[in-house]
Design a protein around this ligand. Structure first.
Ligand SMILES: Cc1cc2nc3c(=O)[nH]c(=O)nc-3n(C[C@H](O)[C@H](O)[C@H](O)COP(=O)(O)OP(=O)(O)OC[C@H]3O[C@@H](n4cnc5c(N)ncnc54)[C@H](O)[C@@H]3O)c2cc1C
Length: 312
């Protein structure tokens, strides 16, 4: 391990991690960003809703972010995985890297994101991010006025289905055996013009990644151009757990618990982006990253102010 100690190691160099590193680079702190190169929205051709970048591909946007952040001379970048991390006992942290020797840092920012666990329906995975979509705010505009479906994974799909008529008046909710809508839910869905299909879904059909329909178990095909579904999510990295950070159960999956400054239950470890919040989205991830970057900087600066003269 090198003797050199970084002020901050940021694990995850996507929306949240690069936003954190930007603040720290501008504060002239020594920062290393470690990134595995697997942002959650890499399956989509274009990203939407992020001001100034609307409609560009996720990869192009991250290239722009990375170039701007790495222009700050105190920010370094390492491609590869942070495989584990632990507190070193002197208030610092040691991070093991797949790309070489471990590195040390006074503060850690985890911006490692989440992984979507896709429903195991034949034909769904190859359409993910293209015609099978997670969020109408991100991709609804592009499929507006088409035949839209909502594939339920739980009762929460009713909420999803009640929103979608703002994008199309042809919406079908496929309950797929995940719940039985009650009378109140059926009335609300009918009031919004949403059809309810309770038969079990067998497969998605069409020339993938295109979609023309949802095949039901009895063989009937319901014509659909785009299908929305809420996935379960899991942590993309085990680092938060390895460090002892507290997690709690969110609506979609586990989330790292943080305070308003994005500091976790482990002092000196911050967490930003999808791994530490709901709802998810690039704009929120960037906002959280900036918050964590500023908070990590301030914790370093104020700790130095409290340290006895001579030990700084
Ligand atoms: C298909 C799809 C399309 C989407 N489209 C949009 C959209 O149009 N607009 C929008 O606002 N939101 C969209 N989202 C949501 C958006 O992708 C997320 O909110 C956003 O990516 C979260 O940013 P993040 O930085 O927290 O995590 P991510 O972007 O997921 O990045 C996490 C990074 O950390 C790295 N990493 C993880 N573990 C390690 C480790 N141990 N060591 C090193 N690196 C590690 C990963 O490789 C990855 O690069 C979409 C999501 C999906 C699934």
């Amino acid at each position: 391990m090198s003797d050199q100690i970084y002020d901050v190691v940021v694990v995850g160099g996507s929306w949240a991690g690069l936003a954190a590193a930007m603040q720290l680079g501008r504060a002239r702190r020594r920062v290393l960003v470690v990134d595995g190169g697997r942002p959650r929205n890499r399956f989509a051709h274009s990203s939407h809703g992020f001001l100034g970048q609307d409609g560009r591909s996720p990869a192009e946007i991250l290239d722009t972010f990375r170039a701007q952040v790495l222009a700050y001379p105190t920010v370094g970048f390492r491609a590869g995985e942070a495989t584990t991390a632990h507190a070193s006992g002197d208030g610092a942290f040691v991070v093991a890297l797949s790309s070489g020797d471990p590195v040390q840092a006074r503060r850690l920012i985890l911006a490692t994101g989440v992984v979507d666990e896709l429903p195991g329906i034949p034909g769904l995975a190859e359409r993910w991010g293209r015609t099978v979509l997670h969020c109408p705010y991100c991709h609804g505009y592009e499929v507006a006025d088409g035949r839209l479906g909502v594939l339920a994974t739980s009762e929460a799909a009713v909420h999803h289905a009640l929103l979608l008529p703002d994008w199309s008046d042809r919406v079908t909710l496929f309950t797929n055996g995940s719940f039985v809508p009650d009378a109140e839910q059926r009335a609300a869905l009918a009031a919004r013009g949403v059809q309810v299909e309770t038969r079990v879904v067998a497969a998605l059909v069409g020339d993938a990644p295109g979609l023309t329909g949802v095949r039901l178990q009895d063989g009937e095909i319901v014509a659909v151009d785009a299908l929305f579904t809420a996935t379960r999510t899991r942590m993309a990295s085990g680092l938060a757990e390895a460090l002892g950070c507290a997690l709690h159960e969110g609506r979609l999956g586990p989330i790292v618990r943080t305070d308003a400054r994005k500091e976790t239950s482990v002092p000196g470890v911050f967490c930003a982006g999808d791994a530490a919040r709901e709802p998810h989205g690039a704009t929120w991830a960037v906002a959280d990253g900036a918050t964590a970057g500023v908070a990590a900087h301030q914790s370093l600066a104020l700790a130095a102010a409290r340290a006895p003269i001579g030990s700084r």
